[in-house]
Design a protein around this ligand. Sequence first.
Ligand SMILES: NC(=O)C1=CN([C@@H]2O[C@H](COP(=O)(O)OP(=O)(O)OC[C@H]3O[C@@H](n4cnc5c(N)ncnc54)[C@H](OP(=O)(O)O)[C@@H]3O)[C@@H](O)[C@H]2O)C=CC1
Ligand SMILES: O=C(O)[C@@H]1CCC=N1
Length: 268
Amino acid sequence: MNKNIGFIGCGKMGRAIMAGMLKADIVEHNNIMVSTGRESTLLEVKECYKVQGSLHNQEVAEWSDLLFLAVHPSSHDKVLSEIKGSLKEDVVVITMAAGITIEQIEKGIGRKVKIVRTMPNTPSLVGEGMTAMSISSFVTETDLEIVKRLLNSFGRTEMIDENLMDAVPAISGSSPAYAYMFIEALADGGVRDGIPRAQAYRMAAQAMLGAAKMVLETGKHPGALKDDVCTPGGSTIRAVAALEENQFRAAILEAMKACTERTKGIGN
Ligand SMILES: NC(=O)C1=CN([C@@H]2O[C@H](COP(=O)(O)OP(=O)(O)OC[C@H]3O[C@@H](n4cnc5c(N)ncnc54)[C@H](OP(=O)(O)O)[C@@H]3O)[C@@H](O)[C@H]2O)C=CC1
Ligand SMILES: O=C(O)[C@@H]1CCC=N1
């Protein structure tokens, strides 16, 4: 893709996306320019990913056709006020900050601008990201097609109403963290039964990968897929019953509620 792609902020999420794009071969290294808070981070990113870098957010803003904002929600306003005078007329600004609305960004920039609000996740690093997105009214069909092509290069995308965006971290932005906890717990159980630790992680992770693929590729209801595993009178139904007794689903719903409540509060 022959576009200048800027990243203001390049921490865990910015890097996952940048590395995902580079791995997918959809952009050249010299088509990416990054700025970060500290010089040491910038040097590390430049060295590791062979991309261009600047210590000045304005320089990245001036150069970019597509500009990713990958800073904390609390730094978002400050960054916008720094760069608003440097943005290209036709730039597409892509934010990934939890809880920051399109309206807040329009206010921060102070003019009509093309904005894509996204909520990605860190598996973008390995080409299995899930990015939800909403767009401002100035984003054209062509812009959208370009952005989707870029984001689809490192995973899947879903267009979503902006008023549902605060619910996305709970289901796909933050949920990799719960999945890692689940995998860790599975591995602990395996280790308790004598399976070597490294092997236990591989087995647990592959089982989760396979289960997720079954949902995506068979089109079967997750409940039906669960039923297929539960042999009558067998071992799995005992495990399922123990999970229900211990409020497994209720715990997840509570966790998601907490996540969404925090997301709604982050941007204010
Ligand atoms: N982590 C995740 O799984 C997800 C995160 N997000 C969103 O992504 C955003 C970034 O999160 P994450 O990557 O985890 O955070 P990190 O702390 O890992 O990264 C933040 C980045 O912003 C840089 N930065 C800080 N201040 C400035 C500044 N004034 N100008 C330029 N760069 C600056 C930091 O540079 P330095 O380190 O040098 O200070 C760092 O590179 C957040 O808004 C979050 O809501 C969305 C989905 C998932
Ligand atoms: O924890 C956070 O606030 C960010 C948003 C989604 C994942 N990480």
